[in-house]
Every structure is written in C-alpha cells, then in structure tokens.
Design a protein around this ligand. Structure first.
Ligand SMILES: [Mn+2]
Length: 284
C-alpha cells in the first residue's frame, strides 16, 4: 500500500503541473492509469510505451519538448537513468513491478513497504486522483491486471449489470462479465497503428460512463466499438481454432499467423474455460 501522504504527493504533483507528459504501458492497466490521472487535470499528453516496457532514448525527444514541465511514468517496469538525466525535468514514476532505484525520480511503488504488495498501477492512480466517478475506469484497469480490489463491492452495487455474484477470481470477471468486455475494448483500442491507438485513447479520455462504450451511443464511442468488433472477429476465429485443437494432452501448443498478436489473451481465456490444461501459445 502507498500511504495517504504518498497519494496526496502524487495528486499535488499533478495539480501543480502546467502540462505533463504521461508515458504509460500499452495495456489496460497502463491505459487506465493514464486516464485516471489525466481526467483529474485535463491537461497534458499521453504516449504509449510499446514493445519493450522501458522508458529509454525512444522518449527523449518528447521529454525534452519545452511544452512539458513534468513527466509521469505509469505501469512501466523499467526506466533508464540516462532518460532521467537527459530529460532534466521532474520525473514521477508510479509502478508495481520490481523495485528499481534511480537518481532524481519521485518513485511510488507499493512493494517498497511490502514486497508482496503489487497493487496495479491503476489502483494507485485511482487512489491518487481521488475521483469516485472514475471507479469504472479503475476497475477496468485493476481487473485487467488480474486483481480484485477491496472496492469491487462498491462497483457491484453501482453497476450490478457489469459484474456478477459468481465472481470469485479475476478471470471470472475478465471472461464472464460486461466489465470484461470493457477491458477487451480498451485492450483492442491500443492495437493497430499507433496513430489510431492514440485516437482511441483520446476518445477514452472523454467518455464519462461505461454504457457509452458498451452501447456505442456517440459517434466517438461507436468508433471504439467498431474497432473492437473488427479485431474481436479475428480474435474469435483464432480462439475457436485453438479450442478445436484441444486434445487429451496436458499441454496445448497452437501456432497461428495473423496481423495482430493475441498470444497472451488467447492463452488466458483458454486457461479460464479449460482449467485442467496448461496452455502454451506459440506465434509465427
Ligand atoms: Mn500493470
């Protein structure tokens, strides 16, 4: 757990920033961490950290841009010291991966007080931003990172149709609820060309309730939903083929070709619906 003092330090760093640069991991936990912090102040720009989860020389040019006065890094496992040194700006790093100590960084990681405590970055950002109306965004990130927070019951009460009494484990929520569908929409929003992913991120900063996405009511929300459906079709095809490949063997190795990489997602869903198998995805 971070302390209340730490949460308010993060909040103050945000409130006092004229224009922050946000660097976030390109998964639902990283994305929602960005949304939660951005929505508190409505200023700044976000960039995804893709491929290698490391803030390095790829981000120096953006970091040096004089329009930004501070850099926030969320849910990225590694930051290079040379990045911090060259950026010459306050760096606030909120993470829950292995502890890494750098010079000149304000570092927030719950593992520092308890090595077993790895509450997702979105959990930390929700607590720091303190906007209860963004509970659904926090839940998407936290459950998307395979964690059920203590405020899940609050979410269930507010959005009973997005949750279910049967949920015991994070994967029950991921694969058998409407919240799980929102998480998938967010995850697929980040796929494809970076420019399109960023367009989707921008749309998400302006969405005020989960039903807007699920029902695709506004043109912007519909854009997200259509992208989701398109990618999900591809996903479903590969998933069904992989499911057909299940044999009595303990391990399932399934190889596929395609535009998108779904290895993690498919393997996780297979494990949920076929818990007696040990999945192993390979990709070509
Ligand atoms: Mn994470």
């Amino acid at each position: 757990m971070l302390t209340e003092k730490q949460y308010s330090e993060i909040r103050n760093e945000l409130l006092e920033s004229s224009k922050p640069l946000f660097l976030f991991h390109d998964d639902p936990d990283g994305l929602t961490s960005f949304l939660l912090l951005y929505r508190l102040i409505g200023r700044g720009n976000g960039m995804m950290v893709k491929a290698v989860p490391k803030v390095d020389s790829r981000f120096i040019e953006a970091a040096k841009n004089p329009v930004y006065d501070k850099i926030f890094i969320m849910d990225v496992a590694m930051v290079e010291q040379s990045f911090v040194d060259e950026a010459k700006k306050p760096v606030i790093w909120i993470d829950h991966h292995q502890i890494i100590k750098l010079q000149g960084v304000k570092y927030y990681n719950p593992r520092e007080s308890n090595i077993k405590d790895n509450q997702p970055a979105s959990y930390l950002c929700y607590k720091a931003a303190g906007r209860e109306e963004d509970l659904w965004i926090a839940m998407a990130g936290i459950v998307g990172d395979w964690t059920i927070p203590e405020f899940a019951s609050q979410f269930a009460e507010k959005y009973p149709d997005l949750w279910s009494d049967k949920i015991k484990k994070p994967d029950d929520a991921l694969f058998e609820t409407k919240l799980g569908e929102i998480i998938k929409i967010m995850s697929f929003a980040l796929k494809g060309p970076t420019s399109d992913a960023l367009k989707c991120v921008k749309i998400l900063t302006r969405i005020n309730n989960p039903y807007e996405i699920l029902e695709g009511k506004t043109p912007a929300a519909k854009y997200l939903y259509t992208k989701y459906e398109k990618i999900n079709n591809e996903y479903a095809k590969i998933y069904q083929k992989a499911e057909k490949a299940i044999t009595n063997e303990k391990f399932l190795i399934y190889t596929y070709k395609g535009e998108q990489s779904f290895s993690g997602e498919i393997s996780n869903e297979m494990l949920h619906f076929h818990p007696n198998k040990k999945g192993k995805e390979t990709e070509k």
